[in-house]
Every structure is written in C-alpha cells, then in structure tokens.
Design a protein around this ligand. Structure first.
Ligand SMILES: [Fe+2]
Length: 246
C-alpha cells in the first residue's frame, strides 16, 4: 500500500535529472523582474535541485530601457547567491550569464567588443521583442556569429509575429541559431498558441535546449505539477552536453 502510494507520488512529479542543467532563469535578487530576496533565491534553488537539476546558469535580463545590468552587477549578485546556497547546504552548482534583449545597446556592446556573459561554449542567450518584430533579426544573429558567439534564442515559441510563417524557425536554425524553448510553454502555461508552436518545434526537431525561464517559485511549481511529461523523456534535448563544458 505504502509502496503504491510512493510510486503514485513519484509519478505525479516531473523528474528532470536527465536534463541536468538549466540555462535560463532569473535567480539573482533585485536586479530584474525575477526573485526579490536572497531567501526567495534559496527557495527556487532548492526547488530546482528537487526537480533533478545539478547545474544552472542563471540569466538576469540585460535590457537597457529597464534593466541596466553590467557584468559587475551580475557577478557580484552571483557571489551572494553562491554563498547563500552553500550556507543553506545546497549542492546545485550555479553560474551566471545574461539574457540579452536585442536593442541598440546590445549591438553597440557586441560591435565594441565589450564583455558579454555567456552560457557554456561561448553561447549568448538573446531575446527578441514580444509584440513587434525586429526588422533585422537575421542580420543581428549573423553579427553575433561573426563576433565569435553562438546565439541561443530564448523562447522562440513566444514571439507571436512568427506564427504566420513557421518556416522562420527553420531559417533561424539553418542560420546557426540554437533554439531554447521554455518548459512552461510545453505545459500550456502561456496559452494554446504558444503550446501549439512549442509542440510544432518539437515535432520538427528544432529545439536545442529546454529552459525553465523561472522568475519565481510558482513557475517551478507549475512545471512540477505538469501532466504533459511524455515529451521530456522522448526528445533529445541537448542540455546535458553543456555539463561536459561547464
Ligand atoms: Fe527570461
């Protein structure tokens, strides 16, 4: 009886230990729209560990109109959470990169060769505007590659202006851009259109990485409760290969 209960409980929760590493979250307190306090940061890291993650690269927003985060600000925040996690006895390893919004400031930093914080393998996590498309998405991604970085596009499934012509995703991938889908998109959290697009990307083998993009504990609880888990084990996400170059 007890065994049966235990199994049921176990099966009702998502286990992401074969994903192993998360590459998108907002866990440095007070510098973007993610967690606000160190205690909150400890709580999300604890939850990440219980979901099966052993590594995470947290990625505060760099968006010059709202979040003027520099490498100094991000790395000093990283030190604080690393100390706090160690004090709390957590074993999950944490590093920091950033989620760069593609704006004029980003292009300037890229062209001027300023320090940019990257995911393992010199990967640059970038995001696009949600409502209006950039005129030069392709050129910008090409320029990232030209400057020696590997672009990883955050949550491509959430840019609604791509929905009219899904072939854009193939073009981006062919151009050398890796696509990072949010786990929550596959749970239906952002609505049906996002879910459908994320599933289309899965079916077409266009997803390179899964990310939590967690901003708060509730996001991780939603992932944990999700009843659409079949995709997690079937699809060859490439997160784990980043552990080897951690
Ligand atoms: Fe994000």
């Amino acid at each position: 009886m007890l065994n049966w209960l235990f199994e049921k409980k176990k099966n009702n929760h998502v286990n992401l230990d074969h994903i192993g590493i998360d590459i998108h979250s907002h866990f440095i307190p007070g510098i973007d729209d993610g967690v606000e306090t160190i205690d909150e940061s400890i709580a999300v890291a604890t939850k990440m560990q219980s979901l099966g993650y052993r590594y995470m690269v947290t990625t505060p927003h760099v968006m010059w109109d709202c979040y003027r985060n520099t490498p100094e600000i991000i790395l000093s925040g990283l030190q604080s959470i690393q100390q706090a996690y160690a004090m709390a006895g957590l074993t999950i390893q944490v590093r920091a990169a950033a989620e760069y919004f593609i704006d004029e400031h980003f292009s300037e930093m890229l062209i001027n060769g300023e320090t940019l914080l990257t995911l393992p393998g010199k990967r640059l996590l970038v995001e696009l505007p949600y409502s209006t498309p950039l005129l030069n998405t392709s050129e910008t991604l090409f320029s990232i590659i030209e400057h020696g970085y590997q672009p990883v596009l955050a949550h491509p499934e959430r840019y609604t202006y791509f929905y009219n012509d899904l072939s854009i995703y193939k073009k981006l991938a062919d151009q050398g851009c890796e696509l990072q889908v949010n786990i929550l998109s596959l749970t239906g959290y952002y609505g049906d259109n996002v879910l459908k697009t994320a599933e289309w990307l899965l079916k077409n083998n266009l997803i390179t990485f899964l990310g939590t993009d967690a901003h708060k504990l509730q996001h991780l609880e939603m992932i944990n409760k999700s009843d659409r888990k079949q995709w997690i084990t079937k699809y060859p996400f490439q997160n784990e290969k980043l552990i080897n170059i951690w």
